[in-house]
Design a protein around this ligand. Structure first.
Ligand code: DGI
Ligand code: FE
Ligand code: FE
Ligand code: FE
Length: 188
């Protein structure tokens, strides 16, 4: 599937607002990929499909988690916001016969991160955080760090997400901590 075709597929299932976000993430991810010598095609494809399941009914996402043995059941104990990545990746296998783990993992973990993130995963994760439509206090600093150091920018994004979730008194999916801890160990 070409990146343009992937964008078309996302457009079919997303609201215009969400689709515009996906286009900006794809462009941002491709730029980061050039900067950090990533795989242009895999990064672009994963970015174009990363929020494929985002506008679907929670009950549908829930059913996919229940029905697919290889989707972690502990997702159901957390906020539905963490479901669209893992379920979206599964949908890419089923609907579009995408079996490239590099691409699937970047979709799967784009919300939470996880331990041992690949270059493609880091780029999609960060692009989702810093795309030009984002506007929250930490995004300016994140964009600045992203110009210099991909790992530090991911670390900064994770740190901010954890702060943000705590401030909202929400629970945090463990993969977020595994990702945060690994960057912390590497960088300090
Ligand atoms: O899908 P997007 O809005 O582009 O961005 P995203 O997939 O990175 O995050 C979606 C939302 O999920 C965002 O508002 C923050 C929230 N989120 C991320 N990790 C966790 C989380 N919410 C909870 N409750 N727990 C998490 O671990
Ligand atoms: Fe998302
Ligand atoms: Fe994100
Ligand atoms: Fe997104």
């Amino acid at each position: 599937m070409k990146i343009e075709e992937a964008l078309e597929e996302s457009k079919k299932v997303l609201t215009q607002k969400r689709y515009d976000h996906v286009e900006r993430v794809t462009e941002t991810a491709i730029n980061l990929s050039e900067q950090y010598h990533g795989d242009h095609y895999r990064v672009g494809l994963a970015a174009a499909l990363h929020d494929y399941a985002k506008d679907m009914d929670f009950s549908i996402l829930k059913q996919w988690i229940v029905d697919h043995v290889d989707l972690p059941k502990d997702l159901l104990n957390y906020h539905h916001e963490v479901w669209h990545g893992p379920v979206g990746a599964k949908m890419m296998e089923r609907f579009f016969m995408i079996h490239d783990d590099e691409v699937l993992n970047a979709i799967r973990y784009h919300t939470t991160g996880h331990k041992h993130m690949s270059l493609t995963e880091k780029i999609v994760f960060l692009a989702d955080f810093i795309e030009p439509g984002r506007d929250f206090p930490a995004v300016h600093e994140a964009r600045k760090i992203a110009e210099k150091d991909l790992d530090r920018a991911c670390h900064f994004a994770l740190e901010n997400s954890i702060h943000f979730l705590i401030s909202k008194k929400q629970s945090i999916y463990p993969d977020t901590f595994f990702a945060y801890n690994e960057f912390t160990d590497q960088l300090t």
